[in-house]
Design a protein around this ligand. Structure first.
Ligand SMILES: CC(C)(COP(=O)(O)OP(=O)(O)OC[C@H]1O[C@@H](n2cnc3c(N)ncnc32)[C@H](O)[C@@H]1OP(=O)(O)O)[C@@H](O)C(=O)NCCC(=O)NCCS
Length: 147
């Protein structure tokens, strides 16, 4: 069966009741899951394999009084059993579509300089930035995406 990429909406919190190991940092709290998927500015895209969530990316879109809204990618993770199959790209692109639908013209994310998988993922979906030559010792890298 094909793995489904799905953006969760209000009422979809039950999908987060069945999650593969090492996808989220902590067990899902049903009340927090309901609050998250019900909030109009918080977004989560999941990869589902046979009813089990095997990957996700979460984000929030925020406003300025003088600029277009932006999408901040908060977390991205794929179960070790399902990595290197394009699911990281799939959930990122699903969030980009959500951002565009909310009028965002850009997205951004932070990662650690030592996280080769994350850096490769962000570059593969069009991220620019990464290594900051003005701060070569910085442990944290930022990537920007044009939506
Ligand atoms: C980062 C992570 C989400 C990538 O997920 P994934 O589903 O394996 O990524 P994809 O299969 O979509 O791969 C995307 C690109 O990254 C590359 N890539 C993925 N893992 C890689 C690795 N370990 N080393 C080098 N390149 C890697 C892929 O080859 C692909 O490149 P391509 O498009 O040029 O072919 C996953 O490794 C993970 O969950 N890591 C632990 C959590 C984490 O560090 N999250 C990021 C926090 S900022």
């Amino acid at each position: 069966m094909a793995i489904e990429i799905k953006v969760l909406r209000r009422g979809d919190e039950g999908i987060l009741a069945n999650v593969a190991p090492e996808v989220f940092d902590n067990p899902i709290d049903p009340d927090l899951a309901r609050e998250f998927v019900s909030d109009p500015r918080h977004h989560i895209a999941v990869a589902i394999d046979g009813g089990v969530v095997v990957g996700f990316a979460s984000a929030v879109h925020y406003f300025h009084p003088d600029k277009r809204p932006e999408l901040w990618i908060n977390e991205v993770a794929v179960a070790p059993t399902h990595q290197r199959r394009g699911l990281g790209k799939g959930v990122m692109r699903a969030l980009f579509d959500v951002g565009k639908a909310h009028g965002c013209t850009g997205a951004w994310v932070l990662t650690d300089r030592g996280n080769a998988a994350a850096m490769a993922l962000y570059a593969s979906v069009g991220g620019t930035g990464g290594a900051d030559e003005s701060a070569p010792e910085a442990a944290t890298l930022g990537y920007s995406f044009a939506l």
